[in-house]
Design a protein around this ligand. Structure first.
Ligand code: AMP
Length: 280
């Protein structure tokens, strides 16, 4: 009896779609946390939200090849499945789904969604095909899993924004945004941080602090493109980074009209060849 209980309470590690279908066929209130693994406290917070709001929680680990712009970036993406499994067990996640590429794509790499002109901003402008890949894979996952809620991080705000728009239009699933988790130096946790040494992580902290201050200044003075330009030049010089974008956008439709609307300062930059994104 005791062993049976342990077996029931144990996290189910699932690799085949057929097993997944069996395991979740009776789950009506499933929370889903899609990830690419190399888990950190940002992912943990999404999982905890799901556990609070849903009866059962399913986490996926899938490094989705179609959302990478370069093969090297895909190859170098940090992976540590054994460590992730240990963490997820300790968090008492109900299901972990780790599919292969061929299971998800059936060897057909089909793009389901095209972005329109107004959506080709921020990361979509610089990472051609990235969000098409994200939307395609999340469409496939949602179709298979039919979760009640999907939990996503505000750190990737544009991703959350586009996924909410496309998935909620097509499915009953609700997309839930979760706050960005930072370390004590204000560095947003990210799997890609493991590609940086301590010295460079300290730089990321300093850049984040500068941008938090900048955002607070902009709060009081909305039309402040000149100030943003100045800080951008300072950051490039001081930290030897390549900034792809540093701009404010409102949170309602992500356009640049900030008047009377909540907004965030969005940034994407390369430090030592590692691409980092954040918003404040
Ligand atoms: P990833 O594994 O990087 O694809 O991320 C999986 C999910 O975790 C996405 O919804 C991310 O937005 C979210 N996420 C990543 N980093 C953080 C963070 N620092 N705080 C909160 N959520 C995060």
């Amino acid at each position: 009896m005791f062993y049976l209980l342990i077996l029931i309470l144990q996290m189910k590690l699932i690799r085949q779609i057929t097993d997944l279908n069996k395991a979740i066929s009776n789950q009506k209130e499933l929370g889903f946390v899609p990830t690419m693994g190399s888990l950190h406290k940002g992912h943990t917070s999404l999982i905890n939200s799901s556990k609070q709001k849903c009866k059962k929680t399913l986490v996926s680990i899938f490094v989705n090849p179609t959302q990478f712009n370069s093969t090297n970036d895909f190859k170098n993406y940090p992976r540590d499945l054994n460590k992730d499994i240990k963490l997820l067990k300790s968090l008492k996640v109900d299901f972990l789904y780790v599919p292969t590429v061929s299971q998800i794509y059936n060897n057909k790499k089909r793009r389901v969604t095209r972005l329109n002109k107004s959506q080709k901003i921020l990361c979509a402008k610089f990472r051609k095909g990235h969000f098409e890949g994200v939307l395609d894979v999340l469409n496939r996952f949602t179709n298979i899993i039919k979760p009640k809620k999907i939990f996503m991080g505000e750190k990737d705000y544009q991703q959350f924004f586009l996924v909410r728009y496309f998935i909620e239009k097509k499915y009953k699933t609700k997309i839930i945004a979760c706050k960005t988790i930072r370390d004590i130096n204000k560095v947003a946790l990210s799997s890609r941080n493991s590609l940086l040494d301590l010295e460079n992580l300290k730089k990321v902290g300093k850049i984040s602090l500068t941008l938090i201050k900048l955002k607070n200044l902009i709060k009081d003075n909305i039309k402040n493109k000149k100030l943003i330009k100045k800080i951008k030049i300072d950051l490039i010089k001081k930290f030897k980074i390549k900034i792809e974008y540093l701009e404010c956008r409102n949170l309602i439709n992500l356009n640049t009209n900030l008047k009377d609307k909540p907004f965030k300062l969005f940034v994407a930059y390369y430090l030592k060849g590692v691409r980092l994104i954040d918003n404040f």
